[in-house]
Design a protein around this ligand. Sequence first.
Ligand code: ZN
Length: 138
Amino acid sequence: MSKIAKHDVDRLISRAVAVRDQAYAPHSHFYVGAAILVSSGEIVAGCNVENASYGLSICAERAAACAAVSASFHSWSAIAVASVGGVTPCGACRQFLIEFGSDVTILLVDVIDGGCREVKLADLLPDAFDATKIPKHP
Ligand code: ZN
């Protein structure tokens, strides 16, 4: 089980569920909210924003990550993702998120039944390409 305090888990999930209401998903109608608990205790959230071109759509996880970085938060403890079915982050999001640490706890929240499954980002993207794979320049 998570090392994240119960009250932090509760408020993280609450923010992910709440920001899901802001999702812009007129094409898929698949609404997703994500909230990131940063190491200092603040929570930053984001929702998916679709585009008619589909390819330019951005997932809630990446929207939240960009909001966190924009607020100078680069160290995260956990991310909650709220959706129907409690889906896992897509491949692009897994790669995007792992830039900020593989030990991040991911809480997958099903907004229908309230269930929550916990995984580690490293388990979702084993042998990830990250900064350790880039040769150092002298
Ligand atoms: Zn994604």
